[in-house]
Design a protein around this ligand. Structure first.
Ligand code: GTP
Ligand code: SPV
Ligand code: MN
Length: 590
């Protein structure tokens, strides 16, 4: 039987609605045992032992990586599956053209048939979790039922999971219901369904990250964005970072970049040497999701609903992200990385060692492609991050001074510009685009529109979403300034023009300077551009021509981009806000 003890008889809940739902799911899925997770260390250790015993987790070198594990997922289950992800609203229009839609009845029939008896021979885990500090009025709770102990272990790191969350759920009486089963891991029998009107999620056939850790993208973005619209707040795909200047003032910035476009890296930035010497500090509040709402002072206050990081491994190194590298030396679950001969995790961009085994466990052969899967990830508790902000646990959240949008654009988009006002900033976010990455299955490197980095995650019609963003601009509001950045512009030879990573602080310094009124800008068709010398350039970018190609824009490319952006926005008619219609009329035809 199972190494994880079956729940003691007193386990369960006094919340009838939760007890009934668990019983209903058990009757459908027919597990051999039910385990109510309490979130304790003992429970986590027992889970890890069980996962080691059945081969789901491989222990890594205990001398270099104590408490670290490798998980090799099914090779067909390595990323989010956007084409199999649905928003199931009663009215198809409410899901919008930005989502795949299925009628709730049809979706329930389909999922019930898949879930029927699917947990036979397995344990059903009941995972109560809280998204956000447990005592925060901005936090929200959910319960994930899953038959994957790997998912339970990840939820333990990624959320506030266990007894305190269950107590809050029992007090509040309401929670988001997430049902997940690995099923047969057959890509043809894989669906991620969202029922925002029922506050429920059903996920079948994948054990991977955003498909299976239901607190993350499914709850904290798709369901929460729906709730946020009803309740007057925002649930966004954004990092939250605190920038402390030499005077000791900290400004919090929220930034939305699409998947695998630099949120974790910016959130954990280590300042360049001259900035460190001058006294700049960077504080990590969140690296992926941000919930924010207007406070009584008119500012937007934000929390990170997560308690851990599910970060991209490839590209992480002592040079690019020393904070991340330091935090993943212990008590970390690695998924789909390569292995060195002495059992250490390895990925492209880490260092110049040659791995012994690739992510599928085969002897490493470059002919088989990269050693680590390009979407290989680490899961780790946020507390292990050296730059973890003490304010990250503040129940009231942190006040946001600036919102930054950005994407991966080889051309067209300059290093940074500022929107003229809130409405213009919302338009900038709504028209942003980025080259696709390995975070979702499908083609990589194709430019697609990804409004607010929420294309895969907004649980309702983008037209309504843009209107919701615009609705925050009310008398008395002290809204953040909005910016757009691009770390990924390339030269004719395909090299990045901007060194990125820690050097990005130079851009954040300008952004904070704009907020405090200390940095200069000039108007342009894009918005406000930094005047020359208002950004301290790194040593590697000293030529006047290089500066111009990073900071400037090419009018023909910009006009073509706006025309394409306009066509993309037009797909959200007739729900496009009037402000946007006016802006569209001003776009040159091309
Ligand atoms: P998700 O977790 O998928 O939402 O991704 P993310 O936005 O947190 O992306 P992350 O910070 O993990 O970065 C993804 C990839 O982009 C990594 O390979 C990084 O090394 C690379 N990257 C991040 N920041 C920069 C940068 O400033 N310049 C360049 N050239 N690459 C960067
Ligand atoms: C993303 O794809 O944006 C992620 C990883 O943050 S996942 O949790 O798989 O969605
Ligand atoms: Mn993400």
């Amino acid at each position: 039987m199972n190494a994880v003890p079956c729940s003691p008889p007193e386990a369960g809940t006094r919340l009838q609605a939760l007890a009934d739902w668990v019983a209903e799911v058990a009757a459908l899925t027919r597990p051999d045992a039910i385990h109510w997770c309490d979130g304790s260390d003992a429970e986590y250790d027992a889970l890890l032992s069980q996962l080691q015993a059945d081969g789901t987790l491989i222990p890594l070198n205990p001398d270099t990586h104590p408490g670290c594990w490798l998980h090799r997922s099914d090779p067909d289950d390595v990323a989010r599956v956007e084409h199999l992800t649905f928003v199931c609203t009663r009215d198809a229009e409410d899901a919008g053209p930005n989502n795949h839609w299925m009628a709730p009845d049809a979706a329930h029939r389909k999922m019930d048939a898949l879930f029927e008896g699917c947990m036979r021979g397995r344990t059903l885990y009941v995972v109560p979790y809280c998204m956000g500090p447990i005592d925060s009025p901005l936090a929200r709770c959910g319960v994930e039922i899953t038959d994957s102990p790997y998912v339970v272990a990840n939820m333990r790191l990624m959320t506030r999971m266990g007894a305190p969350a269950l107590r809050r759920i029992e007090r509040e009486g309401s929670f988001v219901r997430g049902l997940h089963s690995l099923g047969e891991l057959d890509p043809d029998r894989r669906f991620i369904m969202h029922f925002p009107e029922e506050l429920s999620i059903q996920s079948y056939g994948s054990g991977y990250g955003g498909n299976a850790l239901l607190g993350k993208k499914c709850h904290a973005l798709r369901i929460a964005s729906w709730q946020a619209r009803e309740e007057g707040w925002l649930a966004e795909h954004m990092l939250i970072v605190g920038i402390e200047n030499p005077q000791g003032e900290t400004h919090y910035i929220a930034a939305a970049f699409p998947s695998a476009c630099g949120k974790t890296n910016l959130a954990m930035l280590v300042p360049p040497a001259t900035y460190l010497e001058a006294g700049w500090k960077v504080w990590t509040v969140g690296d992926d999701i941000c919930w924010m709402r207007p406070g009584t002072d008119g500012r937007l206050w934000a929390i990170n609903p997560e308690a851990g990081y599910f970060g991209v491994a490839p590209g992480t190194s002592a040079k690019s992200n020393p904070n991340a590298l330091a935090m993943i030396q212990r008590d970390t679950i690695y998924t789909n990385v390569a292995l060195t001969g002495d059992g250490q995790p390895w990925w492209e961009g880490l260092d110049d060692r040659v791995p012994a085994f690739d992510w599928q466990g085969r002897p490493y052969d470059p002919a088989n492609g990269p050693a680590a899967h390009p979407n290989a990830r680490f899961t780790v508790s946020a507390r292990q991050c050296p730059s973890w902000s003490p304010r990250a646990e503040d129940p009231q959240g942190v006040p946001i001074s600036a919102i930054v949008f950005g994407g991966r654009r080889a051309t067209t988009m300059p290093l940074v510009f500022e929107a003229r006002d809130w409405a213009h900033g919302v338009l900038v976010g709504a028209t942003m685009a980025s080259e696709t990455t390995a975070a979702a299955t499908g083609q990589v490197g194709v430019v697609r529109r990804d409004p607010m980095a929420m294309k895969p995650f907004c649980g309702y019609h983008f037209g309504d979403y843009f209107a919701h963003w615009l609705s925050f601009d009310v008398p008395g509001a002290k809204l953040p300034k909005i910016f757009h950045v691009n770390w990924f512009r390339k030269d004719a030879d395909g090299h990045f023009l901007w060194p990125g990573f820690g050097e990005n602080l130079r851009v954040l310094e300008w952004i904070v300077g704009r907020v405090t009124g200390h940095a200069a800008a000039e108007t342009s068709p894009l918005g406000l551009l930094p005047v020359i010398d208002s950004i301290q350039m790194p040593a590697s970018v000293q030529l006047e021509t290089e500066r111009a190609s990073i900071l400037g824009y090419e009018p023909e490319l910009w006009d073509a981009d706006r025309a394409e952006a306009g066509r993309s926005l037009a797909t959200y008619r007739p729900r496009l806000p009037q402000d946007f219609e006016t802006a569209l009329r001003a776009v040159p035809e091309s």
